[in-house]
Design a protein around this ligand. Structure first.
Ligand code: UDP
Ligand code: MG
Length: 139
């Protein structure tokens, strides 16, 4: 049994539609624990750096604008296999293809405005947690 931590964001579209509680509820119902939670607005440099891996993609500019369009909630999430289990409850990137029981199925709109971010592997999770929770005590 390996207890892992992963990193999530409730994106501006989901915060704007008062879905923070709904997202947290789905995360908790999968048996994962929220061990860090913080409401913040991403600066443009932060959003650009966070999504730097996509900087050559055609959607990068729009993505940075979307992620800075309003407040986000950043989350540290813990549990057995947390990275994969949180990705599973998020659903696929395209909200239109996301099953109803997933976060993106419930709260996402399309392939860009898809309600949540989740780290895609244990190494990215460590880096992303450090990026947003450095110096903050996790539960
Ligand atoms: N995205 C987009 N258009 C695309 C693909 C992705 O706007 O064609 C956005 C979307 O918000 C997504 C983010 O870019 O969540 C990062 O893309 P990635 O492929 O890493 O998807 P994720 O890991 O979030 O499922
Ligand atoms: Mg990704």
């Amino acid at each position: 049994m390996t207890i892992e931590r992963t990193f999530g964001i409730v994106k501006p579209d989901a915060v704007a539609k008062n879905a923070v509680g709904g997202v947290v509820d789905l995360v908790e119902k999968t048996g994962l624990k929220i061990v860090g939670l913080r409401l913040m607005r991403l600066s443009e440099p932060q959003a650009r750096a966070f999504y730097a891996v996509h900087k050559e993609r055609p959607f990068y500019g729009d993505l940075v604008r979307f992620m800075t369009s309003g407040p986000c909630v950043v989350m540290a999430i813990e549990g057995e296999n947390a990275v994969a289990r949180y990705r599973e409850v998020m659903g696929p990137t395209d909200s239109k293809k996301a099953p109803a029981g997933t976060i993106r199925g419930a709260y996402g709109t399309d392939i860009e405005k898809n309600a949540v971010h989740g780290s895609d592997g244990p190494d990215t999770a460590k880096a992303e947690l450090a990026f947003f929770f450095a110096g903050l005590e996790l539960a």
